[in-house]
Design a protein around this ligand. Structure first.
Ligand code: ADP
Ligand code: MG
Length: 719
């Protein structure tokens, strides 16, 4: 057995203290940064690789530009500056020239920069007293390493671990495992198909690359392994759920759906057709659907959702549509009844009765008394075909006759508990669930964040929309232009939204002109606009602290065209639908994120008229770009914006608490490795579908247990 290739499990059982040069003190230092085993050590990857042949020489440095140089310390000295702050000045050189490195307030640099030491410095080059200088450059100590490419490890000043120490231990560990080689539990067919290099070679190469290209191939292989493990866990869970629950087989090719589509005043987009086909496949299958429908505002999710519910109805079941708020439920009720107006449910000629009208009902807390009793009774009796309401639909006291398909609007407010309630509701069989969201997230992120759901994407808007024109109104002059735009739209019979970030005057209020950063408040803005910029127009005010009654009244007036302008907080973010509103002004736009701005902007551009969105900010005092606002001006495509958001913010915000267990991603990045995520997911399906509990791949299964959290692997043991 001793000659079998070494597994990650075995590496995880060897204490780092057994490596050459790791004594008591270093052992403790490594433990303080979470490195206890040889596995921890060899998966502590370099954070950079410095290619010696590619770095600038001191002689080539250009003042004003940033550069990386590899140099040797010639001399160092420390003095005290004003305010008794230490200034350390080092002279460094590389044989082509000399450079001053100056450090403020970092007294320990004096001890660090011992003459003869090799360092990599990264920073902006200035000229100072006729020489070249870097001020507070980033310093990497590289020791006396000789390779062409030098790995730079995350080093810890506090733990007193240097990059060359880590490099030495890693090298030692790799050397000692070389005779046996590293086990590679990823099926050979997958490795070959994807052209992945051998795992053992990859692990050596990532630490000691001979070229940057070789390092990239190694990284790809190791990142793939990380992603594959996550996807295997997700796909196994998905398949296990499918096996465990009994669902309904809906008749997808029925007369009711056919009639619905034939009666529609427009043709379905190809994205709608594709999505409906994907949903149909789930509906016809014996296991319950568990699908996420992503689609930008206005992409036509309602038609898709209604089609799914009608598939249930034509087989004698009921559909339910749940919205996050009462206002949205009512709005859905309005649009669904309009869409389904006059539709007759066929009785297949088997009945003596003629076709009967389809029955859609609304159930919210505002439906009370006898009306409520009637809806509940008809629902239990099966006379209501489609019920629309809030999440209260799946709470106690609501009895369905035969619930078949549930559509949930706005994923992020639908939690695990609701899902469980749903299961109870349908007694035995689990209804098919379609979750809709208008907040696009990048596909690769969706595969990881919602990895146990199927995902459909409506990535096409119905034809004939005029895209919203977005402008960044920076400073008072452009802001004035935005008010002029509001006035001229209102004069043309259109309506406007003004969005403010907060509802009460903020603590940062100040009268000084310089503090133009002042937070706009809805109340204040309302008063100001009414008295000044928008004087004479009919203004309404809407914010979250108003009593529900007032909110509804104001919304109603705006919808009816009795108000020209609605000054509001982000309460209008979700789902408010007034086709006659053609201009939106968002104040303090730089305080919002990309997704939220895009969501807000989606409130306009819903009718036939051309729409505009103004992103108002203060005047920039520096030339710092604002990539978020620039992205919104450049694109109205929610998916493109989601990708940009991912690039700008990284994955941290996506991989929130719900994905705690996905911490195995050390090299892989949802941002950089989009293609690899997809390949890993496909490979995971191939592997799991051929071998559902990984009985034939025990080494792979063992790695999941080893490297994922208990939470992620809990279900692996109950097959
Ligand atoms: P979403 O819920 O995705 O924001 P909706 O379902 O509310 O979008 O649809 C937005 C508008 O587009 C509605 O007025 C709807 O009637 C219309 N619509 C939907 N599908 C099409 C289509 N294929 N062609 C033309 N208009 C469509
Ligand atoms: Mg909608």
């Amino acid at each position: 057995m001793a000659d079998a290739p070494i597994t990650l499990r075995e590496l995880s059982e060897i204490d780092v203290g057994r490596l050459r040069g790791v004594g008591e003190r270093k052992r403790a230092a490594l433990a303080s940064v979470g490195i206890d085993t040889v596995l921890d050590l060899v998966t502590t990857y370099p954070r950079r690789w410095v290619d010696r042949t590619n770095e600038a020489r001191v002689a080539d440095l250009v003042t004003g530009l940033e550069a990386l140089v590899l140099v040797e310390v010639r001399s160092v000295h420390k003095r005290m500056g004003r305010n008794r702050r230490a200034i350390v000045e080092a002279v460094v050189g590389d044989g082509t020239g000399r450079l001053h490195a100056v450090f403020f307030n970092q007294p320990w640099r004096e001890r660090q920069f011992t003459p003869g030491l090799q360092v990599a410095l990264f920073g902006k080059v200035d000229s100072y007293r006729g020489g070249l200088q870097m001020t507070n450059p980033v310093v990497d100590l590289i020791g006396d390493r000789t390779g062409r490419i030098v790995p730079i490890y995350p080093q810890s000043e506090k733990a007193q671990l240097s990059t060359w120490e880590l490099a030495g231990w890693v090298e030692n560990a790799l050397e000692r495992s070389r005779p046996r080689g590293l086990a590679d539990p990823v099926p050979a067919s997958v490795r070959q198909r994807l052209g992945l290099v051998d795992r053992g070679a990859a692990l050596t190469t990532i630490h000691l690359p001979e070229s940057i290209a070789a390092k990239e191939r190694a990284r790809r292989r190791l990142a793939f392994d990380e992603l594959l493990r996550v996807q295997l866990a997700l796909v196994m869970r998905k398949r296990a759920l499918e096996r465990e629950s009994i669902g309904l087989r809906h008749a997808i090719d029925g007369e009711l759906v056919r009639r619905f589509h034939a009666a529609m005043p427009f043709a379905l987009t190809s994205a709608q057709l594709r999505t409906i086909a994907e949903i149909d496949e789930d509906l016809a299958a014996p296991h319950p659907m568990h699908r996420l429908l992503q689609g930008d505002v206005g992409s036509g999710k309602t038609v898709v959702a209604v089609t799914a519910m009608l598939a249930a109805v034509q087989g004698g079941h009921q559909g339910a549509l749940m919205a996050p708020t009462e206002v949205l439920a009512e709005q859905h009720y309005g649009s669904v009844t309009a869409l389904l107006g006059g539709l007759e449910v066929p009785t297949n000629g088997t009945s003596l009765f003629a076709d009967r009208p389809l029955r859609v009902a609304l159930l919210t807390n505002r439906v009370t008394g006898t009306e409520r009793k009637r809806v509940l009774a008809d629902l239990a009796g099966g006379e209501v075909d489609i019920l629309i309401g809030t999440h209260a639909l799946i709470q106690e006291g609501v009895e369905f006759h035969r619930l078949g398909v549930v559509v949930v609007d706005e994923q992020h407010r639908f939690g695990v508990e609701q899902r469980a309630a749903l299961r109870d509701k349908a007694g035995g069989t689990v209804p098919d669930v379609l979750v809709m969201t208008a907040t696009p997230i990048p596909r690769t992120a969706a595969m990881t964040v919602y990895g146990d759901l199927d995902v459909s994407v409506l990535d096409e808007l119905p034809p004939g929309r005029t895209p919203i024109v977005t402008r960044w109104a920076e400073g008072p002059l452009l802001e004035a232009e935005s008010w002029a735009a509001v006035r001229s739209e209102v004069a043309a019979g259109r309506q406007a939204y003004i969005v403010c970030p907060l509802i009460s005057p903020s603590e940062s209020r100040s009268d000084t002109a310089s503090e133009k950063l002042e937070v706009a408040s809805a109340e204040e803005t309302y008063r100001r606009l009414a008295g000044d910029e928008l004087a004479g127009l009919r203004l309404g005010l809407l914010h979250g602290r108003l009593p529900a009654k007032d909110k509804e009244a104001t919304m109603g007036e705006f919808r009816a065209g009795l108000l020209d302008v609605l000054v509001a907080t982000t309460v209008i973010e979700v789902g408010v639908d007034v086709a006659n509103a053609t201009v939106m002004v968002i104040l303090d736009a730089d305080r919002f994120g990309i997704a939220q701005l895009h969501q807000l902007r989606g409130r306009v551009g819903r009718g036939v008229h051309e729409s505009q969105c103004w992103l108002v900010t203060g005047q920039r005092t520096d030339d710092v770009p604002n990539p978020r606002l620039e992205a919104l001006v450049a694109s109205t495509d929610g998916f493109e914006l989601a990708e940009i958001d991912l690039d700008l913010r990284g994955e941290g915000t996506l991989m929130s608490s719900a994905q705690k267990g996905r911490s195995d991603l050390r090299l892989a990045s949802l941002r950089r490795d989009r293609e690899l995520v997809r390949l890993a997911r496909d490979a995971a399906f191939d592997i799991v579908d051929a071998d559902p509990v990984l009985a034939a791949n025990p080494a792979l299964l063992d790695e999941l247990h080893l490297l994922l959290t208990a939470e992620d692997t809990e279900f692996l043991t109950r097959s």
